[in-house]
Design a protein around this ligand. Structure first.
Ligand code: LLP
Length: 431
């Protein structure tokens, strides 16, 4: 199957990490997300080991927790000894609640409010990833008020096009994120930062985009960043000690996509870095990466119950499920690819072509079009695979639909990691 943690048992049911998904759906109801903890830990270790091996022992992954933010994942990140990327005070709060040591965190965002900055400083965030000049002023002022010197790195836009969906491309010069190298504004920002009393500039960050299968843009970005770091040494005598290369490695959602060898990708990036470091004679910075999707996506699937099916004569067929864009808005937003199967009848012939429709009151609420599954009956369990990233974290209560429960699986046993929202949860803030 798509990933090795997915199998089919003797009943013809889909299993994840050896556990029968149809039994889970019966016991916990649907929609239901199920996460294979070993897979998450394995993915962390792939990055951690490859980065230590190819970039150096001080190098580590900082999990981009926007992909999936809850106490469970920060606890795993803590146990695996990795860092985190956070992008809001809400993510920071969740990490703190989970007991995560946030000195190993990078606080992102193109519009950190003064509250975010204060909250981050008070709680000992490791580095702010500075996005713009006005933010620098706020960090300098607030750090001064608190009597500390706050470490930061600056987010740069290297001007690289990674050829992915436009909504998740970020490294180009006219991006809402970061400061451009090409226009000279990055160097202005560096000079300004170095002149601030309450800020310590430790280095730089770039992130070119997400769901990228080609290694070339990562290598180009790394080379460009090292070139820039060495130009600063020549021009200003300033030497950066951290280079954070962001996230973005692609994940296999459908058979037609490859399963990337992240160790090999990291090795290739390291060759570019080492060559450039050697050529320019700078000290090699500590390399950080921020994988999000490639840590959690393939650990998870979402189970739904099929309700109505519709065969529109001369047109197409629909199968409707008891979830949709509230728990997974990615098809509606990005026409994202997904593999969908009928978890309750995996061995039946998949010859019914249909569109999988969510239950929301709008036509755009689809999970996929033109999929082939066995002709579903009301009550069949349908699985959408590879839903661990940017599903729960982007979920909403649109149409007042409660968010699903999330289960973890470890050693063949399931446990709840996020409970299903209740109707009472839906009205808890209504006055
Ligand atoms: N670092 C930074 C600064 C980022 O902005 C992101 C993702 C990452 C790391 C992690 O990238 P990853 O390894 O997950 O590709 N909601 C969209 C994806 C948005 C990505 C935002 N930034 C989706 O569902 O495809």
């Amino acid at each position: 199957m798509l990933h090795e943690n997915l199998t089919i048992n003797e009943k013809g049911h889909l299993c994840i990490a050896g556990v029968d998904t149809v039994c889970l759906a019966e016991k916990y109801k649907t929609p239901l997300m199920v996460m294979d903890e070993e897979r998450i830990r394995r993915n962390f270790r792939v990055y951690k080991n490859a980065m230590a091996k190819h970039f150096g022992q001080d190098s580590f992954p900082a999990f981009a927790s926007k992909a999936f933010s809850c106490k469970y994942i920060y606890r795993i990140a803590k146990e695996e000894g990795v860092g985190i990327d956070i992008v809001s005070s809400g993510e920071l709060y969740t990490a703190l609640e989970a007991g995560f040591d946030v000195s190993k965190s990078f606080f992102h965002g193109n519009n950190k409010t003064d509250f975010d900055i204060e909250y981050g400083i008070e709680n000992g965030v490791g580095h702010f990833v500075v996005d713009n000049m006005t933010e620098l002023d706020s960090i300098d002022r607030i750090a001064g008020e608190k009597g500390i010197v706050q470490p930061v790195i600056i987010r740069l836009t290297p001007g690289i096009d990674p050829h992915t969906h436009a909504a998740i491309t970020t490294g180009q010069v006219d991006s809402k994120f970061g400061i451009a190298i090409e226009t000279g504004q990055a160097t202005e920002a560096v000079k300004y930062t170095l002149s601030r009393k309450n800020i310590r500039l430790d280095g730089f960050h770039c992130h070119i985009g997400s769901q990228i299968f080609d290694i070339k843009p990562f290598c180009d970005a790394a080379k460009l960043m090292i070139e820039y770091i060495s130009s600063l040494k020549r021009e200003l005598g300033y030497e950066a000690s951290i280079l954070n290369l962001g996230g973005g490695f692609g994940v296999r959602y459908i058979e037609a996509q490859p399963e990337l060898d992240y160790d090999e990708f990291i090795r290739l990036v390291s060759v570019y870095i080492d060559n450039e470091v050697k050529a320019s004679g700078i000290k090699k910075p500590q390399i950080i990466m921020e994988p999000g999707r490639s840590i959690v996506a393939d650990s998870c699937l979402t189970l739904y119950t099929v309700g109505g099916t519709k065969e529109i004569s001369g047109f197409k067929n629909y199968a409707s499920i008891d979830g949709g864009m509230p728990d997974n808005p990615r098809y509606a937003l990005y026409q994202a690819d997904y593999t969908i199967c009928l978890a309750s009848r995996m061995n039946d012939k998949a010859d019914f072509e249909c569109t999988i429709a969510g239950r929301c009151c709008e036509s755009g609420d689809l999970l996929q079009e033109g999929v082939l599954i066995p002709k579903p009956q009301r009550g069949d369990i349908l699985a959408v695979l590879v839903t661990g990233a940017y599903n729960y974290s982007m979920a909403s209560n649109y149409n007042r639909i409660p968010r699903p429960a999330v289960l973890g699986i470890k050693d063949g046993k399931e446990f709840e990691v996020i409970r299903r929202e209740t109707f009472a949860d839906l009205v808890k803030n209504d006055i």
